[in-house]
Ligand binder design. Structure first.
Ligand code: 6PG
Length: 244
């Protein structure tokens, strides 16, 4: 598969990484709101993006972003109720969505039967977004990167990784839990895909992910975004990359 290489941005530290992403996201949101009337952004879960969300909700950025034109989607969700400590929705609300007036929030129903929740979210994507090639097109998908190379909730050796549906439900044995996730086709069709990785515990997987895939490509190595493909790293996460 002809896999595009991402453009890589390395910030000095985590806060500088957040600021770089926040500046780029502000420009994208303003440009899309002005030119297209909306900015459909799929938020990442996990711990890495939480500081970004807090920065976006803070005094340096909140007033620069046209929140009423922002449509907040989710890249994935744990199959738990929205108030559960593990909920990505709960984290995003606490860090950002409760503090700014986004136009609409599209929550994945973590409390519902997983396959029904996946089908319902796929319907919402199809109803709200253009799909010129049959796949809904988001304006931005933000991803984190797991130590095993998973992105969103596309974990190694799960059916979600090869699903052609826009949204997949998958039982993840290593977590002993169900997850909901946007799939590779939807991520690849987005106008922008940004991956965030911070800290020394991501250095090994970042280096592996950016090297030639082996016999068992990492989930992140299965991505081939057709639009903008950017990696935002801090120096610690970039530490094992070959020196330029
Ligand atoms: C999730 C995320 C997941 C996350 C990675 C990295 O629901 O957990 O969507 O894909 O981005 O696991 O997690 P950290 O940012 O916590 O390292």
């Amino acid at each position: 598969m002809d896999r595009p290489s991402p453009e890589i941005s390395v910030a000095e530290d985590r806060q500088s990484l957040y600021r770089a992403v926040a500046e780029r996201l502000t420009a994208a949101a303003r440009g899309d709101a002005a030119g297209r009337g909306a900015f459909h952004w799929a938020l990442a879960g996990g711990s890495t993006p939480e500081g970004l969300y807090r920065l976006l909700a803070g005094p340096d950025f909140a007033r620069r972003i046209p929140w009423p034109q922002v449509h907040a989607w989710f890249g994935d969700e744990r199959c738990v109720p929205p108030g559960h400590p593990d909920s990505n929705y709960r984290m995003a609300r606490s860090a950002l969505l409760d503090h700014v007036a986004v136009g609409r929030v599209y929550r994945m129903a973590g409390e519902a039967e997983p396959r029904e929740a996946a089908a319902a979210y796929a319907r919402q994507l199809r109803e709200a977004l253009p799909a010129p090639e049959g796949v809904p097109v988001l304006d931005l998908v933000v991803l984190g990167l797991g130590p095993d190379g998973h992105v969103a909730s596309l974990f190694p050796d799960t059916d979600a990784l090869v699903s052609e549906a826009p949204v997949a439900a998958a039982y993840v044995p290593r977590l002993a839990a169900w997850r909901l996730s946007l799939t590779v086709p939807v991520i690849n069709s987005a106008r922008r895909v940004w991956l965030l990785a911070s800290g020394p515990d991501k250095a090994a997987v970042v280096a592996t992910a950016l090297a030639e895939p082996g016999a068992q490509p990492l989930p992140v190595q299965r991505l081939a975004p057709r639009g903008e493909w950017l990696w935002f790293l801090d120096a610690a996460a970039a530490a094992e990359l070959p020196r330029p």
